[in-house]
Design a protein around this ligand. Structure first.
Ligand code: FAD
Length: 310
């Protein structure tokens, strides 16, 4: 990896001919990095343009940090339940800031492993935001504002997914957390609301419950992980309820008002019953009303949302 050297010899003029590569990749995520390292290791001239996350979402903000948090939550669960196993304990507190720091350390170690692999394979990592300016030609804007023009004999686009919000009135204004921020929490949320019982929402729900949050999951479908077999959904329902996670299914969120971290009110429609909607807004089972901080914990492709309240 010689991105620093290359950054210093940056091309900033459009008249300059693009730098030529055998393989040019936009985005350094899971699939593309293996392609890059494989062909780079075989002696091809390979460059990867990455705007933020070296190694993509998985090691930085998705799979691995979430599994790290889940594992820590499992440890917290064991400690909390220690007396069940005959292990006495005095006092118990989750230091979310320390949990987060430990996770950050893991991420940083993973990034180092990625950088070493770039170096070993001779693949050039260019830290910048890329955009196509001509066929097979990308302009990368580096952090200092300068640009480089790059052309590949072969080009791979691997820009992944990102957190996105459903067009629920009031959701964007509530400034919910995405999964990125949810994995960066430095305190245990008092009440976490999860919209969408998909895998991302569920894993974060369970982890936060085990850390000590009150957790509520809202899903428009009649069962969790509705694309899975029914017995899987049923097993999860049973497990989640056993852990004290509130499930509100067959429910659509109509509107959200308020702001994450302050006061948020949610109006819902349950089991397709819209008739009682406006009065039900004030009812306990049909509305969530309180001092909520909202967060989003999924990415667009995953359709899951985590909303945190405290
Ligand atoms: C919370 C969470 C947990 C998950 N857990 C699992 C799991 O346990 N197991 C599993 O298999 N999957 C899991 N996933 C899904 C998994 O993370 C994704 O499927 C995977 O990361 C997608 O990889 P990708 O290479 O397609 O995209 P990404 O990893 O998103 O890589 C795309 C890269 O392109 C970069 N990029 C985008 N546009 C540009 C641009 N214009 N210029 C430069 N760079 C750009 C981005 O910064 C990013 O680094 C999870 C996802 C989330 C959100």
């Amino acid at each position: 990896m010689n991105s620093k050297e290359n950054a210093s010899s940056t091309h900033s003029s459009r008249e300059t001919a693009p730098e030529e590569y055998d393989l040019l990749i936009l985005g350094s995520g899971t699939g593309s990095k293996l392609i890059a390292w494989t062909f780079g290791g075989q002696g091809q001239r390979v460059a990867v343009v990455e705007r933020k996350y070296i190694g993509g979402s998985c090691p930085n903000i998705a799979c691995l940090p979430s599994k790290h948090i889940i594992h820590t939550a499992q440890v917290a669960s064991y400690v909390r339940r220690g007396e069940e196993f005959g292990i006495a304990r005095d006092g118990f507190r989750v230091d979310m800031s320390a949990v987060r720091d430990r996770k950050r350390k893991m991420v940083s170690g993973l990034v180092d492993i990625h950088l070493a692999e770039y170096k070993r394979s001779g693949t050039e990592l260019i830290l910048g935001t890329g955009r196509f300016i001509a066929p097979k030609t990308i302009e990368a804007t580096l952090s200092d504002g300068t640009t480089r023009q790059l052309k590949g004999t072969n080009v791979v686009i691997s820009t992944g997914t990102r957190a996105a919000m459903e067009p629920i009135p009031g959701l964007a204004e509530a400034q919910p957390l995405t999964h990125v921020e949810a994995l960066e929490l430095d305190e245990v949320p008092e009440h976490l609301l999860v919209i969408g019982g998909g895998y991302i929402g569920l894993e974060l729900s369970q982890a936060m419950r085990r850390f000590g949050s009150k957790v509520s999951v809202i899903d428009r479908n009649g069962r969790l992980l509705h694309r899975e077999d029914e017995d899987v959904s049923e097993a999860l329902r049973s497990l989640f309820e056993d852990e004290g996670i509130e499930l509100t299914l067959n429910t659509r969120i109509k509107t959200i008002s308020g702001k994450s971290g302050q006061s948020v009110k949610i109006a819902i429609e349950q089991n397709g019953d819209t008739r009682g909607h406006s009065s039900a807004c004030c009812g306990r089972s049909r509305s969530k009303h309180g001092k909520y901080r909202l967060g989003v914990g999924g990415c667009r492709a995953d359709r899951s949302w985590v909303r945190e309240s405290r």
